[in-house]
Design a protein around this ligand. Sequence first.
Ligand SMILES: NC(=O)c1ccc[n+]([C@@H]2O[C@H](COP(=O)([O-])OP(=O)(O)OC[C@H]3O[C@@H](n4cnc5c(N)ncnc54)[C@H](O)[C@@H]3O)[C@@H](O)[C@H]2O)c1
Length: 285
Amino acid sequence: MTISKLGIVGSGIMGSGIAEVAAKAGIEVVLRSRKQESADAMVAALEKSLAKQVERGKLEEQVAKEIASRVSGTDDLHALHGCNLVLESVVEDLAVKKELFTRLDDILEDDAIIATNTSTLPVVELAVATERPDKVCGIHFFNPAPMMSLVEVIRPMTASDETIATAIAFASTVGKDPVEVKDRAGFIVNALLFPYLNNAVRMLEAGTASRDDIDTAMKGGCNFPMGPLALLDLVGLDTSLSILDALYEEFKDPNYAAMPLLRRMVAAGQLGRKSGAGFFDYRKK
Ligand SMILES: NC(=O)c1ccc[n+]([C@@H]2O[C@H](COP(=O)([O-])OP(=O)(O)OC[C@H]3O[C@@H](n4cnc5c(N)ncnc54)[C@H](O)[C@@H]3O)[C@@H](O)[C@H]2O)c1
């Protein structure tokens, strides 16, 4: 099956990035947020981002207009009827996602694929929340979606080969490099990355080095484009905490046990870039 109309549920960091990627690849996108204002704001933000690309000479004006015309925003889940793939990118919470999958299953046509952008949650649990477990898989984009080339396609035990093949073809169509991975918490990247990020918080908490020195060391010593604390801020500290909790729940490996500082910062509403402050301060002075 070729994906011609994509539904995206969730208008956070990832939902908006994926909308841009798909629209640029010629796919019609319906973006659903719980509030019409948020959906409209996201479409407006996309138009602004495209306008900037035109200004910088990276995109022709006419092309930008065509891309924007492919994206519409709605607060109505029923508006996703007719999409042959729906990718949810709402908060990393299993109960919320399960309920959403059950509702989507009722609304979508029988042959539509329902996918999750989850970073860690068991995809099979979302599959069995529907009457179409063979048509459920993970399609995990990376942040920021327009820039990052990788997509992990997650195969739960229930998925058909056709579903996985369609998901891989979709990822390639939107210009990404797909890899296939089994349905295990963290898949490839986060399972390997998060012990490192968590240990950077451990090091900061232990007073081994300062925030700036930890990040400077990993950039200069490993040639990483950004330090671990800045990366946690980019991912979002709440999302990062949910990822660590899900990894710990699955493997009971102490490297995945979230550091108390991370948990306290989330409780304090310091979520990283999206809230204006995390390990670093992003508020305009
Ligand atoms: N942030 C990252 O770096 C990253 C990378 C890859 C995948 N992901 C995954 O993508 C998903 C979304 O993450 P994000 O970073 O875009 O988060 P975000 O916090 O920016 O956005 C979350 C979205 O979920 C919506 N939401 C919150 N509670 C909800 C509810 N009860 N019902 C329906 N919608 C609700 C919010 O309104 C918002 O639109 C998560 O599953 C996350 O694990 C995140």
